[in-house]
Design a protein around this ligand. Structure first.
Ligand code: ADP
Length: 729
């Protein structure tokens, strides 16, 4: 009889012991009984029979089924799992669950399953395609089959299901089930490096430095202004690794995973790139997982959770736009993929490359203090000019749909010169509030205590916190006046306004209301680059890494809100946003400029950014953080709590504060106080921020306190969670 320690997907911070007739290897999935349920767990360890961990042998349940013949979670990923549940104080079973593709969580086989393929029959092999000349789709499909068999699914997608059926019905082709074979390093058989630009001096220095790190753990920060050729550095740095049969894992922000990015890597090396993102089907995700694990894919590009992809011959991990907020998971297991990438690279003894024009202050600090190698690209590649930044004083200026006359004049000049203008607005919708012109009452979402956003095109109000909607009221609910007016400006209103101000210019709006789904975004971006539009209006989505060669002006309509936020990270986020937006302009032969319209033209942050750039701003912000005792110079966690009863949420956190105080008098605690979004979906939200100069004692205090927090009498009545190294309040 063997005793197994198993991670079971339940929200409890512990492993569970099960028995089995023989010991099983760590990383093997098993089906186990858990209360009335049967769950898929992962074996973490075999426990010694004499161990004190086995208390009541008679009560132990046995494994019901062994799912895998061999471990599907390898040693490095198991270590990573362990690190995750310890560092983030999270339930082990939930950690393992988060690391696996959905189908494997459900107990599906990890090996490749037979796939339906279409191949020619013997009749088909002796036939000529011109017999099908009256049915062009069937003919094209038949001709493709003459070269090789095709996956049935792919065939239907490419040639249409009726054509595929017709060719099969004519006995020219048949469907067979085949188990695909996975071949490690198969990319070497097609790999051929396409023509590449000669790197400039800075790029050469960076590539050489990265080449020297091969086969060793090292972290480098590539701080390169927008359009400076960072991606070119990635491409040239990974070339010798790929040629040596090593796999490259590249993490990109959610929105940055465009077909253009993927095809740049595919075209450079003439190899198949594995892609992982949230909109992939479960089956497709599992397939990439299997191919990466078998070492068949040389390059895997994916968003946050791609950091859990198994690799057979790892060579390097790259985190592109490493400052991007999408790398931090904001619910459940709140991990930061950049930190995990560092942990993983260390386990594999391979280099990690972080790249950004606007590095996170945490990364920059590590580069400045020598923990990371610091590589610089200060010039734009191919001779492109830096975008000129300017502040536009909007005080006492008449505004047309939120835009000053001076800005309109500049926009007109750029449009008349045949270029494109990008207008950034930080809110989607028509206006951020609807209020009564008579009594001043604002129409509020009762569940969040926040004004509804007006969405005029849908004739509805929408709450941007809980996504709740209602029809546009005709009357004020307080005084019944019918004079309701909007306040503030959103993308929809700017779009309306620009249509009347620039009737000759074609315009496109890009926000989450207009581009639902990745395909729509990609087709719109392509249309922009074909110069089908002169005016682009949109939100944050526009700031993320897109290449707009014809944009020469970026106009930011309102950056005042972010200057006065209570979030100490707000200036960093604003500076990153502004710099990234500026990076969209002047990327090709045409020089670009950016205008920031503000009512605070002398604000030191804006002045610093405009005159000295992000690099200077960030270094200055670091000295301010140091003086104020804020991350990255201290460590933090936050306990969040929400409840429909605000007093209960508050008193739970007060209880937490009491527990922490009894464990350590060194913790600095702030709160409990309301979260920046105080109420959402009818629940009041509070937080307690705990800090310490050193990470270890902070985590130790939390580890010791957690069982007591769980047993506070309010705990079962509220929703609470711990967020380590929070990035968002
Ligand atoms: P980033 O990743 O920093 O935004 P890219 O690598 O996308 O920059 O480079 C921006 C543009 O400059 C691309 O079109 C790229 O092909 C080109 N480029 C990069 N490096 C060079 C170089 N050394 N010489 C000429 N063009 C280059």
């Amino acid at each position: 009889m063997a005793y197994l320690s198993v991670a079971v997907p339940v929200p409890l911070r512990q492993l569970f012991t099960y028995t089995h007739s023989t010991p099983l290897e760590a990383g093997v999935r098993v089906q186990v009984p858990f209360g009335p349920r049967k769950l898929v767990g992962v074996v973490i360890d075999v426990i010694d029979e004499d161990s004190h961990e086995i208390e009541n042998v008679k009560k132990l349940k046995s494994v019901e089924a062994v799912i895998d013949e061999y471990p599907i979670v390898d040693g490095v990923l198991l270590k990573m799992a362990q690190w995750l549940w310890q560092y983030y104080h999270h339930a082990p079973g939930e950690v393992l669950h988060a690391m696996l593709p959905v189908l494997l969580r459900k107990g599906e086989k990890a090996q490749l399953v037979p796939e339906e393929r279409v191949r020619l029959t013997s009749v088909g092999e002796q036939s000529q395609s011109n017999t099908l000349s009256r049915a062009p789709k069937q003919k094209a499909f038949f001709e493709a089959l003459q070269t090789s068999s095709l996956s049935a699914q792919q065939s239907r997608k490419l040639y249409g299901a009726p054509a595929v059926k017709a060719v099969i019905d004519k006995s020219l082709a048949e469907i067979v089930e085949v188990v695909p074979e996975l071949k490690p390093k198969i990319w070497l058989s097609t790999m051929k490096v396409a023509q590449k630009p000669t790197p400039d001096t800075e790029q050469s220095v960076a590539i050489a430095a990265l080449n020297r790190q091969q086969d060793n753990f090292a972290i480098s920060l590539l701080e390169g202004v927008t359009g400076s050729g960072k991606t070119e550095v990635y491409l040239q740095a990974i070339e010798p690794l790929l040629a040596a049969g090593k796999q490259i894992l590249i993490l990109v922000p959610e929105i940055g995973l465009t077909p253009q990015t993927v095809s740049r890597f595919e075209k450079r090396f003439n190899i198949d790139v594995g892609v992982l993102h949230s909109q992939l089907s479960d089956k497709a995700r599992l397939r990439v997982w299997q191919r990466a694990r078998a070492g068949e894919l040389g390059i895997i590009i994916g968003t946050r959770s791609a950091i859990f992809t198994p690799l057979k011959t790892p060579g390097m991990i790259i985190v592109d736009e490493e400052h991007d907020e999408s790398f931090k998971q904001q619910d459940g297991l709140r991990y930061h993929a950049r930190d995990l990438a560092a942990m993983r690279a260390k386990q594999h003894s391979i280099p990690l490359l972080l790249g950004s024009a606007t590095p996170a202050l945490e990364s920059l600090n590590n580069a400045l203090n020598g923990r990371y190698a610091h590589l610089h690209l200060t010039r734009r590649a191919g001779g492109a000019q830096h975008t000129q930044l300017h502040v536009l004083d909007a005080r006492e200026q008449p505004l047309h749909y939120g835009i000053s006359q001076a800005l309109l004049t500049i926009m007109r000049q750029h449009i008349n010169a045949g270029n494109q203008v990008l207008v950034f607005v930080n809110r989607r919708g028509y206006a951020p509030a609807l209020l009564c012109h008579h009594c001043g009452e604002t129409v509020m979402c009762k569940r969040c205590d926040r004004p509804y956003t007006v969405h005029k095109s849908q004739n509805r109000l929408q709450c941007h916190h809980c996504a709740g909607t209602r029809v546009m009221p005709r009357q004020c609910e307080a005084c019944h006046s019918s004079t309701l007016v909007t306040a503030g400006t959103g993308t929809e209103q700017v779009e309306d306004g620009l249509m009347s101000l620039f009737p000759d210019a074609k315009q496109v709006r890009i926000d989450s209301d207009t581009v639902r789904g990745k395909d729509k975004l990609h087709s719109t971006l392509d249309a922009i680059n074909r110069q089908e539009y002169q005016l682009l209006v949109g939100t944050q989505i526009l700031s993320k890494g897109h290449h707009f060669p014809h944009v020469t002006l970026v106009a930011v309509l309102d950056c005042d809100g972010a200057l006065f936020s209570a979030d100490f990270r707000a200036p960093e986020k604003l500076a990153q946003l502004v710099t990234q937006l500026a990076g969209r302009a002047g990327r090709a032969a045409k020089p670009g400029e950016m205008w920031l319209q503000t009512h605070n033209p002398h604000h030191p942050l804006l002045q610093d950014l405009v005159n000295n750039g992000y690099g200077h701003f960030a270094r200055h912000a670091l000295t301010e953080r140091k003086a104020a005792g804020l991350p990255p110079y201290i460590s933090q966690f936050v306990v969040r709590c929400e409840s429909i009863d605000s007093a209960q949420a508050f008193s739970f956190l007060q209880g937490c504060r009491g527990v922490f105080t009894s464990y350590s008098n060194e913790l600095e605690m702030n709160g409990p106080f309301p979260s920046l979004i105080e109420k959402r979906q009818g629940r009041f939200r509070f937080m307690l921020i705990c800090s310490h100069q050193k990470r270890a004692p902070l985590h130790e205090a939390l580890r010791q306190s957690l069982p007591f927090l769980q047993s506070l009498h309010q705990a079962p009545k509220v929703r609470w969670s711990v967020d380590i190294d929070p990035t968002d309040f």
